[in-house]
Design a binder for this molecule. Structure first.
Ligand SMILES: NC(=O)c1ccc[n+]([C@@H]2O[C@H](COP(=O)([O-])OP(=O)(O)OC[C@H]3O[C@@H](n4cnc5c(N)ncnc54)[C@H](O)[C@@H]3O)[C@@H](O)[C@H]2O)c1
Ligand SMILES: [Zn+2]
Length: 401
């Protein structure tokens, strides 16, 4: 063959690099005490004199706005405030763009004046996504103020908004370099929202921590009543229980996330309780909170495990009773809807790149993964969920029919 007609070897360049990632979660009491420097400390040390954007959840603004302003005033840090609602429907692209517009208005520096988000998981996800898009990514500081935010979102590297009827359909992996936790914020969180956070603690206990499960069984209701606060109102709560429960939940999450932060391995035990619930939660909006739907999925997945003989009936009853003890309903009409549950699993399979990778319990504190769950098994578990629903109804309300 003539050399002029020889096919040319393609030229190829490969860029290979590594991205070291480190972010810290700091538990600090009295975060809003002007003498506490944590809120002003920048990642890597030092402070900033530039204007900071502080995004506040509406409720946080109402309840803590004055103290937050006093904190920054006392420390002579100029601040621009933006308040946003913190409900699931606020996880929208519109709210992300509002944050971006405010960053422009404030003139936030690329690195040295990171915005601060103070609120629940919704606001953390919205502001986190805005920060990850702004100038292709700037750091931000996260202050979770709900139980769910403190035990779950606090460790997460992910941001996200809902889109097209699906949860977290748009998002990014962009952990804030600093997350600050002050349990004192929980004192004003409504009891239903505390129970909601308990849903994620319940999940963590089930997948890897029998001691945490026992603590939740014994003290869960008291912790909710006391909103995880110390003091006289805590009644039967021994000292240290609130710290131990929050600490074990955070440590468990950190241990699970660290080796698989970018989710290259789609067999994730922390996905327990998150296989069927995402679609159920979206279809039930605004009725169900995230942690409430997760707790139901935890029970549903335990039913699947019991049907296969992976756990025994006594464990299933214990798990169901623990959810009820936390004031979390173990079932819901949508968890009896076989078509919806099958559709939910189909979307989860796409999310897990074509495999079910369904975490199910082998005992309280351990999971294995299934890839061969059938519609018949879903139908039989849905039937069980129907019986749980009937059992929870007052006798006069009649049966599900
Ligand atoms: N990024 C992640 O990996 C990750 C992990 C878990 C959950 N999430 C997301 O977190 C969201 C749920 O978070 P959430 O449960 O914190 O809900 P949320 O942000 O909606 O907050 C719940 C309610 O509590 C109010 N609130 C917040 N702090 C308060 C306080 N200190 N006192 C009184 N009221 C207060 C809010 O205004 C809101 O009405 C979901 O959208 C979920 O997808 C994200
Ligand atoms: Zn969750």
């Amino acid at each position: 063959m003539n050399s002029a007609t020889k096919p040319r070897v393609p030229l190829r360049w490969t860029i290979q690099t590594q991205l070291p990632v480190a972010y810290e979660i700091v538990e600090t009491p009295d975060l809003l005490d002007p003498a506490n420097p944590e809120l002003l400390s920048l990642p890597g040390g030092g402070t900033s004199t530039e204007t900071r954007l502080v995004v506040l959840d509406h409720s946080v603004s109402d309840l803590y706005g004055e103290r937050i302003r006093a904190y920054f005033d006392a420390n002579r840090v100029p601040v621009a405030y933006l308040a946003m609602p913190g409900d699931e429907r606020s996880k929208s692209i519109g709210n992300v763009l509002d944050v971006v517009a405010k960053l422009n208005e404030v003139g936030t520096n690329r690195l040295s004046s990171p915005p601060i988000v103070i609120g629940g998981g919704v606001l953390a996800d919205v502001v986190g996504l805005a920060a990850s898009l702004y100038r292709r990514g700037i750091p931000y500081i996260r202050v979770p103020t709900t139980l769910l935010g403190q035990v779950d979102v606090s460790v997460a590297a992910k941001t996200g908004i809902n889109f097209g009827g699906y949860r977290n359909r748009l998002g990014s992996y962009s952990p804030p370099p600093r997350t600050l936790i002050d349990r004192g914020f929980l004192a004003t969180v409504p009891h239903r929202q505390i129970r909601n956070g308990m849903g994620e603690i319940f999940k963590m206990a089930l997948i890897k921590d029998l001691r945490l499960f026992e603590l939740v069984e014994e003290y869960g209701a008291d912790l909710i009543a006391a909103r995880f606060q110390d003091g006289e109102a805590t009644g039967p709560l021994p000292a240290g229980v609130a710290d131990e429960v929050i600490g074990r939940a955070i440590a468990g999450m950190a241990e699970e996330l660290q080796p698989n932060l970018w989710e290259k391995d789609l067999r994730r035990s922390v996905d327990y309780g998150h296989s069927f619930s995402p679609l159920v939660e979206m279809r039930a909006l605004p009725e169900l909170l995230h942690g409430e739907a997760v707790a139901m999925d935890c029970v549903f997945s335990a039913v699947l495990a019991a049907q296969r003989g992976l756990i025994d009936g006594a464990d299933l009853d214990r798990i169901t009773a623990a959810a009820v003890g936390l004031g979390l309903s173990p079932s819901h009409p949508l968890f009896c809807d076989v078509d919806l549950l099958t559709e939910a699993l189909a979307d989860t399979v796409r999310h897990r790149d074509g495999r079910q990778n369904l975490p199910v319990l082998t005992r309280i504190g351990a999971v294995c993964f299934l890839n061969d769950l059938t519609v018949a098994e879903i139908a039989s578990a849905a039937d069980h969920m129907g019986r749980l629903l009937d059992a929870a109804r007052p006798a006069t309300a009649g049966s599900r029919g």
